[in-house]
Design a protein around this ligand. Structure first.
Ligand code: SIN
Ligand code: NI
Length: 262
């Protein structure tokens, strides 16, 4: 496997800002494989109930179509979560001995009557005691501001976990409502991506995506990684309570496979 040329400067940027943009992580043929798999999942979504039950309300549907743990159903997506080029970046950004999979998700923001993804932190929805989990958000289209690219508040991971936001029922653009006073002067950064380029963001970093006001869907494939030493806490999550873990024990088992190891 040809590793991504990640440098110590990249890692320091990620540690300081809580996110990083990395270009050309996948090549065109790898992107095409993911696009085809997502198209199949979209076709199958009613048959297998792939869209998330609690989030099928109409207002949420305008934010995006969200399909999780596709790796368990589609072999090419299982290959993708095991893509060492991607997982090794997550491992090195977290300076961890290994990283496990928490879950994958396809996030498709459809054009027309599209809604923004509200500002939020991810970690506060995850059943984990420690912070440190991170997402790779891989663009499968040319993701511009108009098409709903991701935005990040640099350094906001240092705030630690703030109260969770009800993503279906907030004014999505209101960053002032979610950030404390100490962050009022910090400007969010929009990250436009070409297909095959991605961001990694710490689960504590505040992020947002605008509505898709173009004519074509915004397709992204996200992989969420948990660093070594992360322990389970009881917490309701959209993917369900999986793996029969006991509170306080380290994540383990086949539902949370190790994806990269030093
Ligand atoms: C989005 O794809 O619009 C948001 C993704 C995320 O919240 O991580
Ligand atoms: Ni998020």
């Amino acid at each position: 496997m040809n590793h991504y040329p990640l440098t110590e400067d990249h890692i320091r940027f990620y540690e300081k800002n809580g996110y990083i943009q990395l270009d050309n992580v996948l090549d065109n043929s790898e992107v095409e494989v993911l696009r085809k798999a997502l198209a199949q999942a979209v076709e199958d979504k009613n048959k297998y109930n792939l869209n998330l039950g609690p989030r099928t309300d109409e207002s949420y549907a305008k934010v995006f179509l969200q399909m999780v743990n596709l790796w368990e159903r589609y072999p090419v997506l299982e290959d993708y979560v095991h893509n060492v080029r991607v997982a090794e970046i997550a491992r090195r950004l977290t300076r961890s001995k290994f990283v496990r999979l928490w879950h994958d998700q396809a996030l498709i923001k459809y054009p027309k009557d599209s809604k923004a993804t509200a500002w939020h932190q991810d970690t506060v929805y995850w059943p984990m005691n420690e912070a440190g989990g991170l997402s790779c958000w891989m663009a499968l289209d040319d993701v511009t501001m108009e098409r709903g690219c991701m935005w990040f508040v640099p350094g906001s991971h240092k705030l630690g976990p703030l109260p969770p936001i009800d993503l279906g029922n907030v004014s999505p653009d209101n960053l002032d409502a979610v950030l404390p006073l100490s962050f009022k002067g910090v400007k969010p950064v929009a990250v436009e991506l070409k297909p095959g380029s991605c961001t990694f963001h710490n689960g504590l970093t505040f992020h947002y995506a605008g509505p898709n006001v173009t004519d074509i869907p915004r397709r992204a494939m996200a992989t969420i990684f948990i660093p070594a030493g992360t322990t389970y806490k009881k917490h309701t999550h959209i993917v369900g309570d999986r793996g029969n873990l006991h509170v306080g024990e380290e994540f383990h088992g086949p539902l949370f496979p190790v994806l990269a190891r030093a």
